[in-house]
Ligand binder design. Structure first.
Ligand code: ATP
Length: 246
């Protein structure tokens, strides 16, 4: 039988202004407890897909012209980002936009602002420090003074402070050294193991297919291929297009 879905994108079309179509009946499912990767070249619509899930497309001048997004059974397609956050869908923003003048600890506090009682905020922070010991070591440091990898970890940690049901990650490996990319991949697996469903947008197919349980390939706003990550890893088309095989 089909597993319950954490999130579902049902034939969503989206555009920016009149001229630019970014998604064309895109369909995607995140089963509860899965790590789903979205692959595709520049301009394929990956970021727009994430924005549609977090409700932030409007902030970028985007508009949904068809279809619906569901969290569990609840349609969230028209909701603003704050309401969608309340449904447990948390996006780590593009470009890991942390507050560079605030300390690590202060950044985490901002992420937990919607956590009502103090105890769960403390628990969430303990979990973040457990996943990222470096953030515990640096808790009083200004975030802007840390390395790119540490800032990415902080951005993920800040999102985890909201105890998400679904975590949306936009190219977490971008611009990071291989060793750091490996650490981040490992942490994504661990976050997932602890019960959070994950959507991972990546240009690095090697990383994405290593971490993901399921994957989708976007081209010109359409899903052109999808399946278990293990199958896509062995697909000749994927190997040729994204994994650098001749
Ligand atoms: P990249 O990896 O380059 O970010 P992507 O797969 O994430 O690519 P999108 O950023 O979703 O793709 O872009 C899909 C289409 O929408 C592209 O044609 C892009 O130029 C356009 N687009 C994206 N953001 C905007 C925006 N804010 N205003 C107008 N057009 C946009």
């Amino acid at each position: 039988s089909a597993s319950p879905l954490a999130l579902k994108v049902a034939d969503v079309s989206a555009r920016y202004g009149r001229a630019v179509s970014a998604l064309d009946r895109a369909a995607l499912e995140i089963p509860e407890g899965a790590v789903v990767a979205v692959l595709g070249n520049n301009g394929a619509g990956k970021t727009t897909l994430l924005r549609v899930m977090s409700g932030t497309h409007r902030l970028h001048g985007g508009e949904i012209t068809g279809g619906q997004v569901f969290v569990g059974e609840t349609p969230i397609g028209g909701l603003n980002p704050r309401k969608i956050v309340a449904h447990g869908v948390i996006q780590v923003p593009e470009g890991r936009r942390i507050f560079s003048r605030l300390t690590v600890e202060e950044n985490l506090r901002v992420g937990g602002i919607r956590t009502r009682d103090r105890r769960s905020a403390a628990e969430a922070r303990a979990r973040v420090f457990d996943l990222f010991p470096i953030l515990a070591d640096r808790r009083h440091q200004r975030a802007g003074l840390m390395s790119g990898g540490e800032q990415q970890m902080l951005a993920i940690g800040r999102a985890l402070m909201a105890s998400p049901r679904v975590l949306l990650l936009d190219e977490p490996s971008l611009g990071l050294a291989p060793l750091v990319v490996e650490q981040i991949a490992h942490v994504i697996t661990e976050i997932n193991r602890q019960g959070t469903s994950v959507l991972l947008v990546e240009q690095n197919a090697e990383v994405a297919l290593g971490v993901a349980t399921h994957a989708y390939v976007l081209e010109l706003g359409r899903v052109v291929l999808s399946g278990p990550a293990s199958e896509l890893r062995n697909s000749p088309a994927i190997r040729q297009l994204y994994l650098g095989d001749g």
